[in-house]
Design a protein around this ligand. Structure first.
Ligand code: MG
Length: 170
């Protein structure tokens, strides 16, 4: 039997997107976090839908399995990924890690966003991620933090996400 060390993998993912005013004031896309649309007058600059939470989780999963990262699998100069729903990236990552025999034990993410408040939407975000990955909501943790009004994130000029994922092989 394989040792415990052979049956566990941890992965870390990070993402940041610049936030700009929404049209007509600027080029910001609608603000989507964890597959949930948030009402805000600023949104991400991105090739895909700019969902920083799903990007960080996707990278955590891919990295845990030693697979190429999200930028390698889904290049931001590929027209197929223009305005792409980032749930597609998450589903593809899940399929690739499963193909290697891994099961997702849990995911934990911290979203750093000054405004709007994340708390009313966290359960919906957990449901989106759980559904895309085919796992229970209870295996997903999401925390929202502000950046105390300082620096780019604190001034609503960026959204930042850290995520970890634990993979298990039976
Ligand atoms: Mg991204």
């Amino acid at each position: 039997m394989e040792s415990l060390a052979d049956r566990l993998r941890i992965g870390h993912g990070y993402d940041l997107h610049r936030l700009e005013p929404r049209p007509p004031a600027g080029p910001g896309r609608p603000l989507v976090v964890g597959g949930v649309s948030l009402d805000f007058d600023r949104g991400p600059i991105a090739h895909s839908d700019g969902d920083a939470l799903l990007h960080a989780v996707t990278d955590a999963l891919l990295s845990a399995a030693g697979l190429p990262d999200i930028g390698q699998l889904f290049p931001d100069n590929d027209p197929r990924h223009e305005s792409r729903d980032s749930r597609d990236f998450l589903k593809e990552a899940a399929a690739r890690i499963r193909a290697q025999g891994w099961t997702i034990s849990n995911i934990d993410a911290t979203v750093i966003l000054e405004k709007p408040k994340l708390s009313p939407h966290k359960d919906a975000m957990r449901s989106v991620i759980a559904a895309a990955l085919g796992i229970e909501n209870g295996r997903i943790g999401i925390k929202g933090k502000t950046h105390e009004k300082v620096d780019a994130v604190g001034e609503s000029r960026a959204i930042e996400v850290h995520a970890v994922a634990l993979l298990v092989k039976a």
